[in-house]
Design a protein around this ligand. Structure first.
Ligand code: SF4
Ligand code: SF4
Length: 258
């Protein structure tokens, strides 16, 4: 977190650290000289729910979306693959047009948060999440009069819904075991993480067209739900990941007392 804040030239202190009740002035709209300029040269990390929404918006499979629109980034702290939106050579997001974002209703979480950044503690202080403003010189939105509280901004951008859908996955990537310097995930773990995190169509195949249901006992009602609702399938995949990576009791093996 310190590195990201450092790159943005933000020093976290009582003034810059925000809560849901903190106020700020901001308005982004067509007509500002900076309109659309911020959709270039940025690192947009994608969450599993971002990928699900975006690939459905584009009407393509998760595998196609991942290969065409993303690139992996391995963070040295976790050695796990995270996915970034791939930008073309000119650095301009492929979804930006003169009228704005062409996938606005399904834009990723990072775009929804902007111009707010957020921090999450990955240890005992979990729950003490915080926010800060990303106040860049080129952004004219801060010169506008409209006033927001951080909580209102989050609501207007449907951030709570996204956070809810990514909650189990966030628990996985914030688990202390992931940050152990001794962690050396093998190829199988990396593939499991990638599939359950980002490639929902492959996870569906894995669940319904392999021995998965012979190995795991899944309640009939739940099975029906995940068969028909892709978002529920994604949440189920993340619970399976908790079992597969950390042996959390989120799955029940057949012929097991557990
Ligand atoms: S996804 Fe939309 S809002 Fe996000 S950078 Fe691209 S054009 Fe801008
Ligand atoms: S730079 Fe700021 S005000 Fe301008 S388009 Fe981007 S977010 Fe909106």
């Amino acid at each position: 977190m310190d590195n990201i804040l450092g790159k943005l030239g933000i020093e976290l202190n009582e003034q810059t650290r925000l809560t849901n009740d903190s106020s700020f002035k901001f308005n982004c709209h067509k007509g500002l000289s900076c309109y659309n300029t911020c959709c270039s040269n940025l690192d947009i990390f994608l969450t599993p729910y971002d990928i699900l929404r975006m690939k459905n918006k584009l009407g393509i499979s998760s595998a196609e979306f991942l290969s065409e629109y993303t690139e992996p980034v391995i963070l040295k702290e976790t050695k796990l693959p995270f996915m970034k939106l791939k930008l073309p050579e000119d650095g301009r997001c492929r979804f930006v047009a003169d009228e704005g974002c062409t996938i606005y209703d399904d834009r990723p979480l990072a775009c929804r948060y902007y111009p707010i950044g957020f921090g999450i503690y990955k240890n005992e202080n979990a729950g003490d999440d915080f926010y800060f403003l990303i106040k860049e010189d080129h952004c004219k939105g801060f010169g506008e009069e409209k006033e927001w509280k951080v909580g209102e901004w989050r609501k207007s951008q449907q951030i709570d819904d996204y956070d809810d859908k990514n909650r189990v996955w966030m628990d996985v990537i914030l688990d202390k075991k992931i940050y152990s310097p001794d962690l050396e995930p093998d190829e199988k773990s990396l593939k499991m993480f990638f599939m359950a995190s980002y490639d929902i169509d492959s996870f569906r195949e894995f669940m319904f067209e392999s021995r998965f249901l012979q190995v795991f006992e899944v309640d009939e009602d739940l099975l029906e739900i995940v068969r028909n609702d892709e978002t529920e399938l994604m949440l189920f995949a993340h619970q399976w990941l908790q079992y597969a990576l950390f042996k959390k009791p989120t799955m029940r093996l057949r012929n097991s007392e557990a």
